[in-house]
Design a binder for this molecule. Structure first.
Ligand SMILES: *Cc1c(COP(=O)(O)O)cnc(C)c1O
Length: 385
């Protein structure tokens, strides 16, 4: 491998043509295009996944008449899910995950759901669809809503249905590193659109030329010859921070235009992600691979692998291998402050946080690079040149 190359962990691999179409195109209706892709009637677009989740939770809380003020979320997840709950003025409760499958720990789920639970969040982490039966059952028992966090899973299906459209509500993200990486943006879908019809955005949308420009620049710099420079700049790339003070506004016009222009690229890109993941699976079959449930079609935003917990050597970092969220939610003091239960523990999630490494799957990773990454990992995650 050329030692000067740096493979980015995520890539805004949207074609130049789509950027041009976004800039020059006149008519666009991303809402309509996305709905038709997902096979649903309606959806709401905003500036991020976390904004959509916050607006949804606020709407559910307003309509609630039984003093429910807790949201039950996975104990290992994106910090912005926790931030959305905090931003909506609700309390966080976590259910543990099985560190081998990343599926909910059913015992923990049953124990944590109750009559204060407003909603339960399911997640399709890395775009690997998670079976929803147990979560549905827990939500029904607690009379809570089931929200699917499909932020990394746009294009993935479970038994022929698009993930994100199976629970009562679902949301998607178009941020960097997601399957349709427009730069920012989010979408909310609802089984019963009445519940979310009254959602009003506090902020104004804006044109979003700046955002489009940033996306284009990121696209250009996400190149193996240039990405080393990006890494060296203090941009905070890939950092995970908990911040409930995020902006909430409608989707910017340019983001919507880019979405309309680039949506047709999604399936091809997801096929590439599955192919690269196939290479990883075939070489690393006796390592800690996360299973794909029967009847599921994953999007593999990244390829997860449980390691021995030693650090990631520079050579693998240069190939785009990274950890994910640094800690389980319960182990992050700033997040714990918003917990409903101050004695909460989730050992499965803590183990995931300590051992998980994720491999890149985007279109900048060729079969040859994937093979190199897998072979280096086989050498024990310690191989240095
Ligand atoms: C990115 C992400 C979110 C939040 O989406 P934003 O658009 O960044 O707000 C939520 N959950 C998961 C699993 C994510 O990966």
């Amino acid at each position: 491998m050329n030692p000067l190359f740096w493979y980015p962990p995520a890539e805004t691999r949207i074609s130049p043509k789509s950027f041009i179409d976004a800039l020059l195109g006149k008519n666009h209706d991303f809402e309509k295009d996305l709905c038709s892709y997902l096979g649903i009637e309606s959806c709401i677009l905003g500036n991020s996944g976390r904004a959509m989740m916050t607006l949804l939770l606020r709407a559910l809380k307003t309509a609630d008449t039984s003093n429910r003020d807790e949201v039950l979320i996975p104990a290992y997840t994106c910090y912005s899910v926790a931030a959305s709950v905090a931003r909506a003025g609700l309390k966080i409760r976590v259910y543990d995950l099985d560190p081998e499958t990343f599926h909910p720990d059913v015992f923990s789920l049953k124990q944590q759901a109750g009559d204060r639970t407003l909603a339960i969040v399911a997640q399709h982490l890395f775009g690997i669809p998670s079976p929803l039966d147990e979560l549905k059952e827990a939500a029904e028992d607690a009379r809570a809503y089931l929200i699917e966090d499909a932020a990394q899973a746009l294009g993935g299906t479970l038994k022929g249905k698009h993930v994100g459209t199976i629970g009562d509500f679902g949301f998607f993200s178009f941020g960097r590193g997601k399957t349709l990486p427009l730069g920012h943006g989010g979408a909310l879908v609802a089984k019963d659109p009445e519940t979310v019809r009254k959602i009003a955005f506090p902020g104004r949308a804006g044109k979003g030329y700046g955002g489009l420009f940033t996306s284009m620049a990121t696209r250009l710099l996400s190149n193996k010859r240039l990405y080393g420079i990006m890494e060296a700049l203090p941009l905070g790339l890939g950092e995970t921070v908990f911040d409930p003070g995020f902006e909430i506004s409608p989707m910017r016009e340019m983001t919507g235009r880019l979405g309309s222009a680039a949506l047709h690229e999604l399936d091809r890109s997801n096929t590439h992600r599955r192919m690269i993941s196939g290479f990883y699976s075939s070489i690393l079959y006796n390592y800690g691979i996360v299973p794909v449930p029967d009847g599921a079609c994953p999007t593999y935003a990244r390829f997860p692998l449980m390691s021995d917990g030693a650090g990631i050597p520079d050579e693998l970092r240069r190939l785009g291998v990274r950890r994910m969220y640094p800690r389980a939610l319960a182990d992050e003091p700033a997040i714990r402050k918003f917990f409903a239960d101050d004695k909460a523990a989730a050992p499965g999630a803590t183990r995931i946080a300590e051992r998980l490494v994720t491999l890149p799957t985007h279109s900048g990773i060729s079969a040859e690079v994937a093979e190199t990454i897998a072979e280096r990992i086989k050498d024990g995650l310690t191989c240095r040149r």
